[in-house]
Structure formats: structure tokens, C-alpha cells
Design a protein. Sequence first.
Length: 186
Amino acid sequence: MRLTEKVHHILTNHLQEGDHAIDATAGNGYDTIFLAEQVGPSGKVTAIDIQDCAIRSTREKLESAGLIDRVKLVTGDHAISLRKLIEANRGKIAAVTFNLGYLPGSDKCIQTHAESTEEALAASIQLLTIGGYLCVTAYRGHSGGIAEAETVEAFMHKSQTDGHAVDCYEPESSDSPPILWVLKKS
């Protein structure tokens, strides 16, 4: 099972009609569409990406699927955007997903970075409801990817020490495969 499929499997069993979820790295929009389907007509999804082209691609897919009315699209840095959501949404979000790295098929110089990702993860914990899920896929095969994955790992270990349930999924490979961290807020 691919890591994206693993995230979808976990969240299919968790998300319910009317939930609020966040796709912190919208990319091409596939996770945003999945989340919008899961939360249903009365639910809400916030999709964030720093690149206009990612937001445009996500919007097009949502419009084609008839799901645009369930999603708020935000162009911006995930750390800043998530911090702005805390006051109105503290403890109200059922799930937050991240696919770190760069947008496939775009400028590889525009990518997530360890520092802002660490801030975004900290904001995510504040946003999550008890029992909510934080799913973070870190891609290690690009410049900066290993450092960012190590930052996520350190954050997850600290979160586990703080009492949250944390699981890690890493495909077997001789290269630097992506790694998935799944946190369930206690």
C-alpha cells in the first residue's frame, strides 16, 4: 500500500460527515478532494499551498468533482496559515495532512522547509480535536528532504513523550523512501 493510500485508509475510518479537516500542503489537490468527500456536504476543508499553481490545480479538480463549496483555498506558507487558524479553530479540527517536499512537475526550488514545517506541526496540534489525526508524509530524496524528515521525526518523538499516540510507516528500500508519521491526539 502506498503511503498516500495508507493515509486515506486511516482517515476513511476516522472522518465523519460535518468534520473540519486541513490539507496543509494542497499540491495537486488529490488529498483535498479525498478530505472533501469524507467530510460530506456539511463538512469543511481548508487547503493551503504556497504556490498559486497548486491552488489553481486544486480548485480545478474540486470544481470538476463538484466539491468546491466544501473547501476554502488559501495561498500561503503552511506555518503562517495554520497559526492564523488557531484562534477560531483551536481543538476543532478532525485531521491535518501534510505531503512535504515540492510540487511534482513544478519548480523544485519551491519546497517546504524544516523550520516552517516544525512551526506548522506545532500549530496543527493546537488545532486538532482530542482523537484527531495528524498525518505527515516526508519525502527524503530531494535537497533538504532529509533535514525536514529528521525535524518531523524529532517532533513526533516529543509528541509521543507528551502522551500522543504516534506510528511510523517506512517502505523497505535501499534508497531514501518517503516516510509517513501518523499522530493521534490524546
